[in-house]
Design a protein around this ligand. Structure first.
Ligand SMILES: *[C@@H]1O[C@H](CO)[C@@H](O)[C@H](O)[C@H]1NC(C)=O
Ligand SMILES: *[C@@H]1O[C@H](CO)[C@@H](O)[C@H](O)[C@H]1NC(C)=O
Ligand SMILES: *[C@@H]1O[C@H](CO)[C@@H](O)[C@H](O)[C@H]1NC(C)=O
Ligand SMILES: *[C@@H]1O[C@H](CO)[C@@H](O)[C@H](O)[C@H]1NC(C)=O
Ligand SMILES: *[C@@H]1O[C@H](CO)[C@@H](O)[C@H](O)[C@H]1NC(C)=O
Ligand SMILES: *[C@@H]1O[C@H](CO)[C@@H](O)[C@H](O)[C@H]1NC(C)=O
Ligand SMILES: *[C@@H]1O[C@H](CO)[C@@H](O)[C@H](O)[C@H]1NC(C)=O
Length: 452
């Protein structure tokens, strides 16, 4: 199970290569099959949390208490599993899951999630379908929304919520005014808009997305959500009440990753020096999320109080590190080394539970640390499969083999049932207030932990 055992094995293999001069292909396959057998157990463990196909459960959703957004994150991990481990076991179940939650407008704003869904939640489904487009994941049947279309739809609906009236710009955390966090502008929402925009720019070649990325990045920088220079950090967010003048300085791995990979895509697409410098700085500054080269969620893991959401953040961070290494190859060796050592530690941690392959949270712990959950399983899987960046192609674009079809105006064809807050604000304030009262009791802020 442990990758270091694998390394020892490889040393023996290398030695025998030296002696017998065997073909190098064999060595490569040996690495792949070892990784495949380790990750397949962990992927199975992840899918144990998928209850969507059980009687009375919802297709696309994972078991309680995992929120809707994390399902989007988990399907993204299964796309990576298919691509990096070259295993199509979960392909059909993933397509079905991704298509089940697109909602009436094909924009990942299903009406029945309006008490939990914020901009960030929508974005994590958007990031999954963006990857599906870039990886050439099997396309949905004709007549169904296509991966690129869905990603553009998510981008356009998010961009449409840009709010210049408060704090000089930025997205609010929440989409709907009845959810707690509507008064907060955070990095995960804005960073995700930036990130998806960067990937759409490179995929489609449409430079309007770059203009949007500049606008989002500049606003985040001006507001102090992103810093530059030696320590290029991404902070959590700021409240509208004081015009975003007071930044909550919590740092999460996935925020650093969203900005880092977004900058790397922009560098790859535009070749501009400013994006190279920002990428390199964000990569270097990511060192705060590693303890002896082992990835950890610094803001909560040390104190042992990471909530269910936060326990999955390392999954996205690992994914974004892998993408960054491929988009800005001068960072490749540095990132590969961090991923490899973290994967080694994570594999050591995936030895728990009754199934013997449950993954823990603290990867430097000797063996399983007693933690378990969808987030733990996703994070371990992603860090291990991203070790494959050396052998698998970089994300494709429309010009280099990707086949997913889209529409630059996706998401702007609004149906009559659309619950867009702008529509509510201008046309139906009284109605919205009534909805607020009714729904007020069932508010489930995706992350009430923000209010520290
Ligand atoms: C593919 O994945 C499934 C599910 O994890 C696993 O049972 C199977 O062994 C994997 N196949 C290979 C070749 O890795
Ligand atoms: C997925 O579904 C298609 C169409 O039903 C089928 O041809 C294919 O074999 C399935 N793939 C897997 C891996 O189950
Ligand atoms: C929510 O709506 C989607 C379609 O938009 C549907 O697939 C899903 O089953 C619904 N979820 C619940 C919990 O009813
Ligand atoms: C709020 O901040 C923005 C951006 O810094 C600034 O342009 C605007 O004047 C500020 N508004 C108030 C009321 O201070
Ligand atoms: C870093 O890892 C070591 C074990 O290698 C552990 O003892 C220590 O507590 C960790 N540091 C932090 C800041 O969590
Ligand atoms: C863009 O990414 C590709 C694929 O990894 C890589 O070959 C190329 O060198 C990158 N371009 C730049 C400017 O780094
Ligand atoms: C380019 O992207 C912009 C911004 O999202 C969009 O409005 C426009 O329709 C796109 N153009 C094309 C040709 O797709």
């Amino acid at each position: 199970m442990k990758l270091s055992t694998l390394t020892n094995k490889l040393t023996v293999v290398l030695l025998s290569l030296f002696i017998h001069q065997t073909s190098a292909i064999w060595l490569y396959l040996d690495t792949l099959s070892s990784l495949q057998s380790v990750t397949s157990l962990i992927a199975d463990g992840l899918m144990d949390y998928y209850t969507g196909l059980q009687y009375g459960q919802t297709i696309g959703m994972f078991s309680n208490p995992y929120y809707w957004w994390e399902a989007g994150g988990a399907w993204g991990s299964m796309i990576d599993y298919w691509f990096y481990m070259q295993n199509d076991t979960f392909v059909n179940i993933t397509i079905q899951g991704l298509l089940s939650q697109v909602g009436d407008n094909w924009d990942y704003v299903p009406l029945n999630q309006s008490t939990t869904e914020g901009n960030d939640d929508q974005a994590f489904w958007g990031i999954a379908v963006m990857a599906a487009a870039e990886r050439n994941f099997p396309n949905p049947p004709e007549g169904q929304p296509q991966w690129l279309y869905l990603a553009q739809s998510v981008f356009n609906t998010m961009a449409n919520r840009w709010d210049p009236d408060n704090c000089g710009g930025g997205l609010r955390w929440q989409i709907f005014q009845w959810n707690s966090g509507y008064d907060y502008k955070n990095s995960v929402s804005n960073g995700a808009l930036f990130h998806i925009g960067a990937r759409l720019a490179r995929y489609t070649g449409n430079t309007s997305y770059v203009d949007w990325c500049d606008k989002v990045y500049d606003w985040m920088y001006d507001t102090g959500l992103v810093t530059e220079g030696t320590w290029s950090f991404v902070y959590d967010g700021a409240k509208i009440a004081d015009n975003c003048s007071s930044v909550t300085k919590l740092q999460w791995t996935y925020n650093q990753g969203l900005m880092m990979a977004g900058a790397a895509y922009l560098y790859n697409f535009t070749g501009e020096e400013k994006w190279k410098v920002r990428t390199d700085n964000l990569v270097r500054s990511s060192s705060v999320f590693f303890n002896n080269s082992i990835m950890y969620e610094a803001a909560c893991q040390r104190s042992g109080n990471c909530n269910n959401d936060q326990r999955s953040f390392k999954a996205y961070f690992a994914r974004f590190l892998g993408l960054t290494a491929q988009m800005a190859p001068e960072n490749f060796e540095h990132i590969y080394n961090l991923l490899y050592q973290s994967a080694d530690a994570a594999s050591n941690s995936c030895s728990g539970g009754t199934d013997g392959h449950t993954c823990g949270l603290n990867w430097w712990h000797s063996g399983w640390d007693g933690y378990y959950g969808l987030g733990e399983q996703m994070a371990a899987l992603e860090v291990m499969q991203n070790v494959r960046i050396r052998d698998r192609p970089a994300p494709y674009t429309a010009d280099s083999g990707a086949t997913s079809q889209g529409d630059g105006a996706a998401g702007t064809y609004v149906s009559s049932t659309n619950l867009d807050p702008l529509v509510i604000k201008t046309k139906d304030t009284a109605g919205a207030a009534i909805i607020t009262c009714v729904i007020g009791f069932s508010i489930i802020g995706t992350a009430a932990w923000i209010l520290i």
